[in-house]
Design a protein around this ligand. Structure first.
Ligand code: KG4
Ligand code: ZN
Length: 367
């Protein structure tokens, strides 16, 4: 029988379940977002996140089974994210997966969330008929991570396919988007709003310079940029406009482009565009430098929530990097369970199963 893997993702603020048949056939995918719960706090509140996961996990898994027209008895394995992520959030999905494994007798597979983001791209590229060629570079950019890896053969899990080339020393790229947006009164999450408004501003209006990294030149740092934006905001007396936007978000958590534009002067649009441009340039400069330094590397994978960014997608071309570039669709860029199922598949094939007492690991690393 072709194996069917049920996967569960609950590392941050999305409760997700998906079923994958064989290596690439997605039978169902369900994502319950908690945005409406955390939005008003300007970020994810861990205690609320785990409570929401508890509320959603059973219906989300049930819906994934229903949509695939399957029951627990039809499954070959159950996979769950074991880290990295918020401890209380991880525990909900992992514990539920253990309960399913225990009750049905199918094996449990523990998946690294970052490996999931990489596999989202590999899966979709395979399904589109132009598979990712290896060795590849992988740039994982999300609210919690900014990592650059070398990926040898990802299916060959016994050969340790990942090598960490660089990582952020402070804020993640998505965190920088979220903090700058919060500072300017744009609500949470910040990435999508900045993405929407940046094309209305001049990306070269303000020249932000980023710190030069001592040591590993492929490491990132975004906290200085966030501080530079804060200084600019203080120097340009933007409090009134910021308050107007905060009032707008309180009245309507999802304003339209026109509603945002009505409370955002050109100088702020220029600030947003310049900020986004600086982040994109930094990410792509690092990727291009890594590509130059690695002999034989054949493609670049970009994944994680920030991979939704239109400016990044437009700028990350083969001519900018010197390699073919692969992005996931937007639905698989942010957290989902299809990517966890896809990452679980090589473990299933290799018989790499987890014991039922495996812990959640908030600080789990990939390499
Ligand atoms: O991968 P993800 O869903 O969760 C984590 O693993 O962190 O990423 C969420 C992050 C948030 O910081 C959010 O602001 C950012 O991805 N994000 C974006 C965009 N959409 C989501 N950043 C820039 N542009 C976007 N369009
Ligand atoms: Zn993620």
């Amino acid at each position: 029988m072709t194996p069917r893997i049920l996967a569960i993702e609950s590392s941050c603020d999305e409760t997700a379940a998906a079923i994958l048949e064989g290596e690439t056939r997605v039978l169902s995918s369900v994502v319950a977002s908690q945005l409406s719960v955390h939005g008003k706090y300007g970020g994810v509140v861990p205690e609320l996140a785990s409570r929401e996961h508890l509320r959603s996990i059973v219906p989300v898994v049930r819906e994934a089974l229903c949509a695939a027209n399957l029951t627990f008895g039809d499954l070959s394995a159950v996979a769950a994210t074991s880290g990295p992520g918020l401890a209380g959030s991880l525990l909900v999905g992992l514990t539920y997966a253990k309960a399913i494994a225990f009750a049905t007798g199918i094996p449990l597979i523990a998946v690294n969330h970052i490996e999931g983001h990489i596999h989202a791209v590999i899966l979709e590229a395979a399904n589109s008929g132009s598979p990712v060629e290896f060795p590849a570079l992988a740039l994982i950019v999300s609210g919690g991570h900014t990592h650059l890896f070398e990926v040898r053969q990802p299916g060959d899990i016994d050969q340790s396919p990942y090598r960490l080339l660089g990582r952020t020393r402070d804020d993640a790229a998505g965190e920088a988007f979220d903090k700058v947006a919060k500072l300017l009164g744009f609500g949470y999450p910040g990435g999508p709003v900045i993405d929407l408004l940046a094309p209305r501003g001049n990306p070269r209006a303000i020249r932000f310079t980023l710190a030069h990294m001592k040591g590993n030149k492929l490491d990132f740092s975004f906290s200085g940029l966030k501080t530079a934006v804060l200084r600019w905001v203080e120097a340009h007396d933007l409090a009134q406009d910021t308050d107007a936007r905060k009032r707008l978000v309180r009245a309507n958590p999802t304003p339209s482009l026109d509603e945002w534009l009505a409370v955002t002067p050109q100088s702020t649009l220029d600030l947003i565009a310049s900020f986004q441009h600086t982040v994109i340039e930094e990410l792509l400069n690092h990727a291009a430098r890594a590509a130059e330094g690695l002999e034989g590397v054949r493609s670049l994978i970009v994944s994680g929530g920030v991979a939704c960014n239109s400016g990044l997608r437009a700028a990350a071309t083969q001519s900018a990097i010197g390699l073919p570039v692969y992005f996931p669709t937007r639905a698989l860029s942010t957290d989902n369970a299809v990517m966890i199922a896809a990452a679980a598949y090589p473990h299933y094939r290799a018989g790499r199963f987890a014991a039922l007492d495996i812990p959640a690991e908030p600080n789990l690393t990939l390499a």
